[in-house]
Design a protein around this ligand. Structure first.
Ligand SMILES: Nc1ncnc2c1ncn2[C@@H]1O[C@H](COP(=O)(O)OP(=O)(O)OP(=O)(O)O)[C@@H](O)[C@H]1O
Length: 394
């Protein structure tokens, strides 16, 4: 295994009689030896193009790709020692499943016995031992996908690329294999990059996640970093299920306390959130902002003794999903969704208190959409300053 480095990689597709498509723009990424990276982003943002450039299936328009210290972007796919599991499977129809999986091992002159042993081991892992004698056209989509995955994972490659590796599997099998694959990648220290549309999969499998939009890398971070410190409005709105509540507002001084006045869609004052001490150093008074509120960090009803700012609203929906409650609350003309891990008894059309814990709050510049403040960070800093007897700007 080895590290993988993409340095300012760009992909432009030129099609006859059509304007060029800049699918990937100036993309830089350093994947450590043995690290697992998840690549996520909306449809058409350049994820597959990025994988295909690493694999050597697409040319690189600009930039360099290195495995360890070795530049590989000019090499043919077969010379790169990069294994890829394809979204479209790309199996050889005339070969049995076992031969499909063993193909690259035998081509690399691995003794037949050893190759068969490897094939059996990976087939066990992915629960496809029973289909080893079959031919690809006789398999279901989910089986073909696991064969494609097995064919990549069985190799001794420097880098492993997995494009939507489990999209065709039913949820139970997917969850089971996800855990097994993660253990396997860690045990064999396999440097890997996988693309997924499934955030749970990205959060569960990846050490770090790269979020892309329109060909540009927006943020690379651990699952926790992306949730708690989204770098901009795109990442904030893309990461998290359900997505972050996004409203508009403006900071204002209220008798010495900086607050953010949240507005309804017509720009009228809906409610105000006092900002944690320390916010002043990051956001000026009178600043127009996007206000993000993470549903999972809002507190519906009792705050269990925690002192947090509270607002009151009317319950408009209440759904118990078996393990969590989704509560929709209308506050001054704004709709806010809160999620609680317990059964919340808030009846529709009644009033409820909503605790605005600092860690729920994120502010973004209204023009640049860059993050200005993450409430959890500011609250933690204020707490540390108080503990150490320091001054907290307020
Ligand atoms: N061979 C090609 N020729 C021309 N344009 C292409 C080609 N492959 C991809 N594109 C374009 O490049 C952009 C990025 O496509 P890509 O498949 O890399 O995105 P993606 O993030 O993987 O999308 P999805 O999640 O839908 O699979 C899209 O606008 C797509 O239409």
């Amino acid at each position: 295994m080895a590290s993988l480095t993409l340095d300012r990689v760009t992909k432009v597709y030129q099609q006859k009689d059509l304007p060029p498509t800049r699918a990937v723009k100036d993309f830089s990424l350093s994947v450590k030896d043995g690290e697992i990276i998840g690549l996520v982003g909306s449809s058409g943002c350049g994820k597959t193009s990025t994988l295909r450039m690493i694999a050597g299936l697409e040319s690189v328009t600009e930039g360099t790709i290195r495995v360890g210290d070795r530049p590989i972007h000019h090499l043919k796919a077969a010379e790169r020692n990069v294994a890829m599991a394809f979204e479209g499977y790309a199996l050889y129809p005339p070969l049995r499943v076992s031969d499909n999986i063993a193909f690259s091992l035998l081509r690399g002159r691995m003794p037949k016995e050893k190759a068969s042993e490897r094939v059996r081991m990976i087939a066990d892992l992915l629960e496809i031992s029973d289909i080893l004698p079959l031919y690809p056209p006789n398999l279901s989509g989910g089986q073909q996908q696991r064969v494609s995955l097995a064919r990549a994972l069985v190799r001794d490659a420097d880098v492993f690329l997995l494009d939507e590796p489990m999209s065709q599997l039913e949820p139970h099998l997917r969850a089971k294999l996800r855990a097994r694959i993660k253990d396997y990648l860690i045990e064999h220290k396999m440097t890997s990059v996988f693309v997924t549309h499934d955030q749970t999969e990205a959060m569960a499998l990846a050490d770090r996640i790269a979020v892309m939009s329109e060909g540009v890398l927006q943020q690379l971070g651990s699952p926790v970093e992306l949730k708690e410190r989204p770098t901009n409005l795109f990442v904030a709105s893309f990461i998290g299920e359900p997505t972050m509540n996004l409203l508009k507002g403006q900071t204002a001084d209220d008798g010495g306390t900086l607050q953010v006045v949240v507005e309804d869609e017509q720009g009228r004052r809906a409610f105000a959130i006092p900002l944690p001490p320390g916010a002043r150093g990051r956001v000026p008074n009178g600043k127009r902002v996007h206000v993000g509120l993470r549903p999972h960090k809002l507190i519906v009803g009792e705050t269990n003794g925690r002192s947090v700012p509270r607002v009151y609203g009317t319950v408009v929906s209440n759904q118990w999903l078996g393990d969590q409650t989704y509560v929709g609350i209308e506050i001054g003309g704004c709709l806010v969704l809160a999620v609680a891990d317990q059964h919340v008894k808030a009846t529709v059309d009644t009033q409820v208190a909503l605790g605005l814990a600092p860690e729920a709050l994120h502010l973004f510049d209204v023009e640049s959409e860059i993050a200005l403040l993450h409430g959890g960070d500011v609250a933690a800093e204020s707490q540390t300053a108080l503990l150490h007897g320091g001054d907290v700007a307020s």
